[in-house]
Design a protein around this ligand. Structure first.
Ligand SMILES: [Zn+2]
Length: 463
């Protein structure tokens, strides 16, 4: 009798401890899905050291329940695992699984059963919105002339259900803004970046909150460009100068020797600085701040998107692309704003040295690098031709010059187009603000007309 009681008690104790040791499941949805459409991907992480033996998910709307996901695995009630890693479950939620789902609020419920004796049921419910109407985009029917490495402006009309619209060019996306003239039309200034193959097809796009995207092709003609490859000789003295100028304390780019430090600066740091530069695109005003062609001054020492082979002790040690123009100038020469705008950066920026970035509105920005002295600060408005500081050789610069470049929505583009009054009228103002063009005669003042480089084939340049 005692033995039986002992066995029964043991079983009871074991059962109780198995139940007590049973675990709950933590559910988390990342990224949080707020809107579902036709087939919206959902990812849920289930955390339970014992694992999960049953997962179900359904959508609820107006009292109806639409099953969208189920997964069952064999139960382990006594010899369960103790160290199950969190499990990721992904499925699609939307009308493909729930044919009578309607636009409006709904709820997504995910329920789990833990894989132990008690088999605790845990669930999480997420309120969301159903958006079924697709977006639509209709681009203008103009012929768009695009220089590879340059930029262009397209207008379009989004309709249907859309929350975001712009232009895709290969891996790059460009925002759009409402056309100043109104009427539901939008425009996007986009680059055709130098690093994309010439068969990349740009297109306008519109996307709804559920992630459904519509694209619209527009007519365009691409003027392919050959980017120059040039050797850039570096001896020990120059390398020492460049490395010390960018990283005087040795903390930014540490390394066992001069070359490895230089390569770190020219590679990793260049990339980081270009990202910082690109992120300035969010500091923009939704209006045209500039007026007339951009000022071109100094002598061109390097072209936009020159591919530079770095030669050190007779060997090629690196290759980078130079995204701008080097405009040589004399010591103590003023650095002037190329056009009206607002300063959004006025500080050291790694390889660019002391650098000023001016926003000209609608994410068009101009960049001035290697300055010795900056006289203005972030937030200051500048006028075309206004002195912003003094040219120098800070950052990755072998001698005194201004590194000048422009970017559209964070992508560096050939500034040559913006030196050309005709290009600005034909490619930008005629579409962006035709009234401004006729009301006000944009004058090139005393600036020399932009000239083509020798042999650049002017006739093939889109304007
Ligand atoms: Zn430069």
């Amino acid at each position: 009798m005692k033995a039986i009681i002992a066995v029964v008690s043991l079983i009871i104790v074991l059962t109780i401890s198995l139940v007590v040791m049973s675990n709950h499941t933590a559910l988390s949805m990342t990224p949080a899905v707020k809107v579902v459409g036709i087939a919206t991907p959902v990812a849920v992480t289930l955390t339970n050291p014992h694992g999960v033996r049953h997962v179900t998910a359904w959508l609820e709307q107006n009292g109806a329940r639409f099953p969208i996901y189920e997964d069952r695995s064999p139960a382990s009630r006594i010899f369960w695992s103790r160290h199950q890693a969190p499990r990721n479950v992904t499925f699609e939620a939307g009308r493909n699984k729930a044919p009578t789902l309607k636009e409006g609020p709904a709820r997504l419920v995910v329920e789990t059963v833990s894989n132990d004796l008690r088999g605790s049921t845990d669930s999480a419910a997420y309120d969301l919105n159903v958006v079924l109407a697709p977006p639509r985009v209709i681009p203008d029917d103009l012929e768009h002339l695009i220089n590879q490495g340059g930029m262009e402006l397209v207008t379009f009309t989004p309709s249907g259900s859309w929350s975001e619209a712009g232009v895709h060019v290969g891996k790059y996306s460009f925002r759009s803004f409402p056309l100043p003239s109104g009427g539901g039309q939008r425009f996007s200034m986009f680059a055709y970046p130098w690093d994309l193959p010439a068969d990349t097809v740009p297109a306008v796009y519109g996307r709804n909150l559920a992630g459904t995207e519509a694209v619209g092709r527009f007519r365009y003609k691409l003027f392919a460009k050959k980017f120059r490859v040039r050797d850039f000789e570096i001896d020990d003295a120059l390398m020492e100068k460049l490395v010390t100028s960018v990283d005087p304390t040795g903390q930014l780019a540490p390394g066992p020797d001069l070359l490895s430090r230089f390569l770190k600066i020219n590679g990793e740091l260049r990339q980081k600085n270009n990202q910082q530069m690109a992120d300035l695109r969010f500091k923009t005003e939704e209006k045209i701040l500039w007026n007339g062609p951009f000022i071109h001054y100094g002598k061109e020492e390097a072209n936009f998107a020159d591919v530079r082979s770095y030669i050190y002790h007779g060997k090629k040690v690196d290759q980078q692309v130079h995204l701008g123009f080097d405009l040589s100038d004399v010591q103590n020469a003023p650095v002037n704003a190329a056009n009206d705008g607002r300063i959004v950066w006025a500080a050291d920026l790694g390889i660019y040295g002391n650098c000023v970035v001016v926003d000209h509105g609608y994410s068009l920005q101009s960049i001035y690098g290697h300055m010795r002295q900056i006289d203005l600060k972030v937030g200051d408005m500048v006028k075309r031709g206004q002195k912003m500081g003094i040219a120098g050789q800070t950052g990755l610069a072998g001698g005194v010059h201004v590194h000048f470049s422009m970017q559209i929505d964070g992508v560096q583009t050939n500034p040559r187009e913006w030196w050309d009054e005709h290009w600005i009228k034909d490619r930008i103002l005629s579409k962006l603000d035709p009234l401004r063009m006729s009301a006000k005669v944009v004058s090139a003042s005393s600036e020399p007309a932009p000239r083509a480089k020798k042999g650049a084939g002017r006739k093939r340049v889109a304007r």
